[in-house]
Design a protein around this ligand. Structure first.
Ligand code: GLU
Length: 623
């Protein structure tokens, strides 16, 4: 607490940020540690207030205000040549610098991705995977790069199940099972799928990179951040607190992200990760093989095995990126390109917008009872279809054409009662409350566009750091269903079902309009649907559309909503929804639960408008 007050006071005096240089934290996460934290704060206070933080010669933009609360404004940016919108100012800057040096959007995307892995290690990184939707200005084609993590060959549907048929809990050897326990699909070695991020970025650079910047230019931002450190923001702190007990039981992870292996760092503290800098240098110099073969790969295999996993050197050497055709849909003559399976996101985004096209959405007020009701019904239909059909199309047939067709949407629309909440083919709720993953967008001067969403799944993934590498291995295996009969069941080489939906939208005349994406687990495609509908139907600026309160419903007859913030769901609306038979859950305002949208809009006059979500630490930059 004292440290927080010192920080706030220093900020009011005009100091933009304060570094504790990895040795000063204040409040402890546990009661037992509080006294130690207080005295640590006292000891280091003089050192803390010594300098404002800079990165590559510029004052760091901080995502929190003098009360250490997330800023609600100053997230957007306007430019004419290029823009990057990421969930961290540092990463946006690393990407923008590559654009300013002459690199294209694809070079800048790799720089942004690697920097995000350093400053948001809980959301994504070298040990994770993801998807990218890209628009190539030369060919005017949209492609999807699928660098999703993949199940190790030896993974089986039964590996996590106890005698009762449920997923067992995992506790690392020697740790306390009363505090350090989580499902084996989320924690420890059996939760780890073969990472895809490095292969994805190498594929991107090789096929789409400009060759106008060096590999050093692309990696420099990330390497400097890992070496020199960065300031802990409000979301970082939330993730540390949320995962504290599980992190604490993992020494290689605690070494980096707990102060003296015990205390969660505080907002304004300074973290560096020299081991990660070395790993990034090895990838810069040795490319994909430096990660998937040899010493780093061996460390991943050893660490996974130590915590009960089955990933092998062969699994790593066999990892392949897949370039895919996007899913394509339209809303009011705007064309939407998004992800095909193994993400369900793009398909259901198109399905939801197709259903809503049957209503006169333009005439409805944002978050009025009718508006929330129609979104809620469309979401429930999409989730019913998701549970029935969706999985990796390399393993199962998915009726993609049907799910994205206007006729199918019309038949689904006819099932919606305008006055009553419907149940459809209700499936058990799988409401994931974790808030991991990150999303960013890039546009360059030539008009190339990138939307990328990437993840390690839960906060800090499996919590395994291969010794001396500085990066976290994912727990993406948890995105499979533990039910051996599910279409989305575990199989060696299969990619687990995702909700990610990085999307590219074109104007009715075919010119590029928008690159957008968000994290938020199953809230991802519902969130994108709301933001895109607002931008198209009400001609809203991207930042305004991001700021507006959101809702979510996942087929369990429960509308989750933001009751405060911009255009909130009001008490009157809630009363009307309840009359219609909706169950409701108030999630408050500016909630991580509803994702963290980053995107860039190209206005009709060519101006670039970057937007970033105040629900997380995002910041758009443009020039
Ligand atoms: N594992 C999740 C998915 O692929 C990550 C998305 C998220 O948590 O935001 O859908």
């Amino acid at each position: 607490m004292k440290r927080q007050l010192a920080l706030a006071a220093a900020m009011m005096m005009g100091v933009s940020s304060i570094a504790a240089c990895g040795n000063g934290s204040a409040a402890a996460t546990t009661a037992a540690a509080t006294t130690a934290a207080e005295s640590a704060a006292e000891e280091t206070k003089a050192e803390e207030v010594k300098k404002p933080e800079t990165f590559h010669g510029e004052d760091v933009w901080l995502p929190y205000d003098e009360k250490l609360e997330k800023k609600k404004d100053d997230r957007d940016a306007t430019g004419t040549k290029g823009a990057v919108a990421a969930c961290s100012w540092y990463a946006s800057k690393a990407g923008l610098e590559v654009l300013q040096k002459g690199g294209n959007a694809f070079d800048a995307a790799a720089a942004t991705a690697y920097a995000l892995g350093v400053v948001e290690p809980y959301f994504s990184g070298l040990g994770g995977g993801g998807f990218m939707t890209l628009y190539d200005a030369k060919t005017k084609e949209v492609k999807v790069i699928d660098f999703r993590e993949t199940a190790p060959a030896a993974a089986t549907p039964e590996m996590w199940l106890g005698e009762d048929g449920k997923v067992k809990n995992y506790t690392p050897d020697g740790a306390d099972p009363t505090t350090a326990a989580a499902p084996a699909s989320q924690y420890g070695g059996q939760s780890v799928a073969v990472p895809g991020e490095v292969a994805g970025m190498e594929f991107l650079l090789e096929k789409y990179g400009s060759d106008k910047v060096t590999r050093n230019d692309i990696f420099q931002g990330a390497i400097d951040l890992a070496k020199d450190g960065y300031v802990v923001g409000a979301t970082f702190k939330e993730e540390l607190d949320e995962n504290y007990n599980l992190i604490h039981a993992m020494p290689d992870l605690s070494k980096i992200y707990l102060n003296d292996l015990e205390l969660a760092y505080e907002i304004g503290d300074h973290i560096s990760n020299p081991d990660l800098a070395k790993t990034l240098e090895a990838i810069r110099d040795g490319g994909k093989d430096a990660f998937y073969k040899g010493e780093i790969a061996q460390k991943m295999v050893d660490a996974t095995k130590k915590y009960g996993g089955v990933m092998t050197m062969e699994d790593l050497a066999n990892y392949t990126v897949k370039e895919r055709e996007p899913v394509k849909g339209t809303y009011k003559d705007y064309t939407i390109y998004s992800l095909p399976p193994a993400s369900s996101g793009g398909t259901h985004l198109c399905e939801i917008l197709n259903i809503l096209e049957n209503a006169d959405m333009k005439s409805l007020e944002i978050n009025s009872p009718e508006y929330v009701h129609l979104f809620s019904e469309a979401f429930k239909i999409a989730f019913a279809d998701r549970a029935k059909y969706m999985a990796d199309t390399d393993f199962v047939d998915v009726p993609l054409k049907q799910l994205t067709s206007k006729d199918y949407a019309k038949s689904r629309w006819s099932q919606i009662d305008p006055e009553k909440s419907g149940a459809y083919e209700a499936v058990p709720s799988d409401e994931l409350e974790h808030y991991a993953t990150t999303s960013f967008s890039v546009i360059d001067e030539e008009g190339n566009m990138v939307a990328c969403t990437k993840t390690v799944n839960y906060g800090f993934g499996s919590k395994i750091v291969p010794e001396g590498t500085g990066f976290v291995l994912n727990d993406e295996m948890d995105d499979f269903s533990p039910d051996p009969k599910s279409t989305n069941c575990v199989a060696g080489g299969k990619r687990p079902l995702s909700s990610m939906s990085p999307s590219i939208v074109l104007y009715p005349d075919g010119k590029p309009f928008l690159t957008i994406g968000t994290p938020g687990a199953t809230r991802i495609f519902p969130t994108i649907a709301q933001v895109v509908q607002r931008m198209i139907d009400y001609d809203m600026d991207i930042q305004d559309a991001i700021d507006c309160a959101r809702i979510y419903d996942n087929s369990s007859k429960k509308v989750c909503y933001e009751s405060d913030g911009v255009k909130p769901v009001t008490a009157e609306t809630v009363a009307k929804l309840q009359e219609m038979g909706h169950e409701v859950t108030d999630k408050g305002a500016w909630q991580l639960f509803f994702g963290g949208v980053q995107g860039i809009e190209i206005k009709k006059d060519g101006t670039l408008r970057g937007g970033a979500d105040p629900r997380r630490d995002g910041k758009a930059l443009a020039y």
